[in-house]
Design a protein around this ligand. Sequence first.
Ligand code: NAP
Length: 264
Amino acid sequence: MRLKGRVAIVTGASSGIGRSTAITLAREGAAVMATDIDDRGGAETLAAITAAGGKARYLQQDVRSEEQWIATVAATVAAFGNLHILVNNAGIGSGQLVTEMSLEAWNNQVAINLTGVFLGCKHAIPAMRKTGSGGSIINISSVAGLEGSAGLAGYCATKGGVRLFTKAVAKEYAADRIRCNSVHPGIIDTPIWTKIDEGGLQELQAISQPGANAPNPDMIAQMGSPMARAGSPDDIANGILFLASDESGYMTGSELVIDGGWTA
Ligand code: NAP
């Protein structure tokens, strides 16, 4: 029970890394407000947590909306009395060459992957200050926030933005004992690979195997990943758990890379 008595918000909790994180934090004693734009998956996440004896609620939330962020933080404090942990996880992937990318697609990716993270921090920090014991914010970036990748310029821009935004927040709120760290997953076996707009890029198509539910391990190996396999959502959730807990109490503004050696 590494998070006993803590209250957490996890966005994008209907699927993949967000679902695994919500389940993991609840297993370790946190009361979890699981949110997502996708209600059906949210019900499944909630059922998994409550079946294991955990404490959670589900709320539909579009992370692009400031009003919905205000409502989510208020609902969390109303339900559980406090807010200590925020996991800004909701995100989308879109693979298009810069010259092929519409302004609409660019703006939507920025709104979800980067503005959503800003809004989450903006509205969670005042609630965390009131706890008197500080808080921990975990922003999900990517290895694409550390290295450029052809065909993923928009995604790289948002994830690189999350990386440095995280460090600035860490410096601004350290005196309030609010820590802020980023997590950089490599290729993780989640449904994102079935939703990604590959923009006709062969390399992305080969990894994402349209119609399949898992990234292609042969392709991952060919691309030079030393462990030659995709990671699991739990691999990332365990890193997030560490950053949420007091075990990482001296870490803020850090980058936790969990990529099977991809960027090594
Ligand atoms: P996922 O399985 O697709 O889960 C993402 C969740 O976010 C989905 O339930 C999605 O709903 C939701 N979402 C999308 N737009 C939203 C919005 N506007 N407001 C609220 N929720 C929204 O993907 P994942 O792989 O777990 O990704 C989680 C995070 O990890 C993302 O930030 C992603 O960029 C990052 N990441 C993933 C990988 C990987 O290989 N899987 C690698 C590096 C980083 P819909 O299904 O309705 O869109």
